[in-house]
Write a protein that binds this ligand. Structure first.
Ligand code: SF4
Length: 321
């Protein structure tokens, strides 16, 4: 077995995971095939991101879709630094003590969105449990900077849980992003090992709170499968999401970033993803994206247009009834 040596050099990025035994990263099935990052637009996107000293989750998480997404100028910016205060066992973002917030970062994100001419942008962040407001003000400034520099761009945010602080959640929701996305990531039984710093019902309540504040704001949440969950548990999470009025569910296959991360329990087949898609649609989500390579931000721009169209069609049906 040969490993990517860059990915293996994780003692600095993941000090808390070094005590974990090496868990071999088995061969991926043939349906997990991503496009290699080689195109001209891919390089332009990379140069712009580097030139503006921005961070992307595409790179930090080692996303398999980077070749395809960056070739279409779809990059997901990650704000508030490269160091996360949590240590989820699936995540490849570096863990440790973060730097001070960069006050100019919101404006640089706005400039990047303007320069890239994006119709839709997705912004995520590391978790900043060290900040009193969890970074809520930085989020508000980032949304405002994008509105200022590129008023026609729709904004999708993917923040952490702000430890369930309603003041922080309300402030960010009141900045009026077009989509408020927060991932549940896995089923509640696996939280203690996969997402130890988070709480399942706290994350659900965050999404429900956004709908309390603005029932018309789109909410979205994602799950990874392949960590040991059962179909019944996934179905229960879908029900919980619908009870919290979440509009859009994404489901993708978990891929193990390094031998120190949580191992893949199994690869769900494309047919099983189709079954999950049918099940989610039957439960009433406005939009469902369930494929092995689905990620929260994958095809987010096209999906936003479909999400809006789905809501309009649903409202038209309700009026007709
Ligand atoms: S799926 Fe999301 S994180 Fe992955 S490369 Fe595309 S935009 Fe970046």
């Amino acid at each position: 077995m040969t490993y990517n040596t860059e990915l293996l050099d994780r003692t600095k990025r993941h000090p808390e995971k070094q005590k974990n035994p090496d868990r071999p990263m088995g061969r991926k099935p043939e349906w997990i095939r991503a496009k290699a990052p080689v195109g001209k637009t891919y390089k332009e996107t990379k140069n712009l991101v580097q030139g503006l000293k921005l961070t992307t989750v595409c790179e930090e998480a080692g996303c398999p879709n980077i070749g395809e997404c960056w070739e279409k100028k779809h990059a997901t910016f990650m704000v508030m630094g490269e160091i996360c205060t949590r240590a989820c066992s699936f995540c490849n973002v570096a863990t440790g003590k973060p730097d001070e917030l960069d006050k100019m970062e919101p404006l640089r994100v706005g400039v990047a969105v303007e320069k890239m001419g994006l119709e839709h942008v997705v912004i995520t962040s590391v978790d900043r449990d060290d900040l009193q407001d969890g970074g809520a003000r930085h989020w508000v400034k980032t949304i405002e900077a994008i509105r200022f520099k590129s008023p026609g761009t729709t904004v999708e945010i993917l923040p952490g849980d702000f430890k369930g602080d309603f003041n922080a959640i309300d402030a960010v929701a009141n900045a009026k992003p077009d989509v408020f996305n927060h991932n549940l990531e896995t089923v509640p039984r696996l939280y203690p090992t996969i997402r130890p710093g988070a709480r399942y019902f706290r994350s659900l309540r965050l999404l429900e709170r956004v709908k309390d504040i603005d029932p018309m704001m789109f909410t979205k949440s994602g799950l990874m499968v392949g960590l040991g969950e059962t179909k019944e548990e996934v179905a229960q999470v879908m029900d919980d999401m619908r009870a919290a009025k979440i509009d859009f569910i994404t489901i993708g296959q978990y891929l193990q970033p390094t031998p120190k991360h949580a191992p893949v329990d199994r690869f769900w087949t494309p047919d099983e993803f189709k079954q999950l898609e049918r099940m989610a649609k039957a439960k009433g989500f406005l939009m469902v994206s369930a494929t092995p390579l689905t990620r929260s931000s994958y095809h987010a721009g096209d999906d936003f247009a479909r999400l809006k169209a789905a809501r309009e069609a649903k409202m038209a049906t309700q009026v007709a009834e």
